[in-house]
Design a protein around this ligand. Sequence first.
Ligand code: SF4
Ligand code: SF4
Length: 466
Amino acid sequence: MEQKVVKPYHLFNHQGRWYAINIEEMCTCSIDEKTAGALTAITADPDAPIEPLMEEQLDKLGLLSIEEEQNPKAKPGKYKEPVPVVNMTLLLTQSCNLKCVYCYGDGGKYGAGGMMEESTAFQAVDWMLEQSGKIKKLYIGFFGGEPFLNFPLMKAVVEYAEKRVQEMDKQVVSHTTTNATLLDDEKIVFIKEHQIQVMISFDGPQEIQDAQRPYVNGAGTYDSTVPKIRKLLAVLPEAPGHAVILGNTDPQYIKNALQEIGFEQISVMPVSQSLFQGKPGNPNSDRDTRVLLQALEEEAETWMRLARNRDREALKSFTDKSQLYQGLIALLHNTKRRHACGAGLGLAGVSCTGDIYLCHRFVGQDEYKLGSVFAQGLNREKYQKSPTTGNGKCTACFARYYCAGGCKHDNAGSCGSISEPSEDMCRLRCRELELAATIIGRLEDEDKAFLVEQQIFPPKPCPLDF
Ligand code: SF4
Ligand code: SF4
């Protein structure tokens, strides 16, 4: 007789209501107390027979499967070699005009300091073109230090890459992250002309920006930088603003300040520990996620209020700042991530001297060096396995297909290993998914229909679309 088993799930209670997340299928619903009780009993004794009525309920939730059933759609956790490199970030300069208190790049020097030569940058472009194989669309990022300190090289690389991709019938998208202090008319015209995607790192209100991100001489950066940001946003309104949060600063306070400057797209992240500052988890990182957790709870309530009030405009602008949106879409579209990012896969960080690292943040750390743009081969085999199957803590985590192991740099900084996430980050990621599930569980069908109709929630893609 076929034996039915309960698939992996996560059960939790929020404000007196029960929710279940089907971990493997990445879907969710709210459930009644009796079903929640039955699930708890089954967890305590997986061999106990499942009552027929309960079996029906669990089947409806997609939580039952035939024992040892093999999922024909299951994808292996490891990519087949070689993964083409399609996104390369060049450190145009390993120096900076700011002295941010939390800099994870050793004052922007990433150990050695220096400026990239044109010959190295062009070699890097040629190297990626070769590495990218048949992939047509490539990405080149400019980073530092402050990348606009080497604006002549940025211009030369953009133009060289555009010419080379044309010769090879490919496309290139350029992107950069800047502190915005050096933006001027010439740079803004160049950005616009070459459609460079720009992310501005800016920490928010004046007292916080000036304290956390002063110039090297200690002077504040807020007053001199905000007009430059506004000038950029006037021609590129979609340029996102990204802020780093220290201690228990309220993320909403930061988001409001960025919104006032004019950013439509805003993200905030708790500070990461620098790998250049000795021991992992250095208490100087001063990371406190309690306020961030509280902000997530409030955000879930805001989603419910705006959806029920059919507040289209507020929802649209809220989506651009939402920490829960990614979880909402993942659960609605049943999306499973197997890697948190492309570090060690399709992504590479290149130092001023042409050395290749796991990603731009690891530049200068020998342990994470994968090769050189002047040599053949990349030493990255060990990074190809998905944390969802290859890492004890993540493999057992209910949020594994949402978070997929977290940022490797953050893990290395806080716990000393790229595959060992910190408890505070895990708490945040897990709660994000839980709260996204509570929103989906509480929304009525007509609320969801409204959100799809207004394109707040994109419709689930057709599985036959490529
Ligand atoms: S929340 Fe933590 S344990 Fe879970 S997948 Fe993310 S990093 Fe891994
Ligand atoms: S390891 Fe972290 S910093 Fe590097 S690409 Fe991945 S998410 Fe970004």
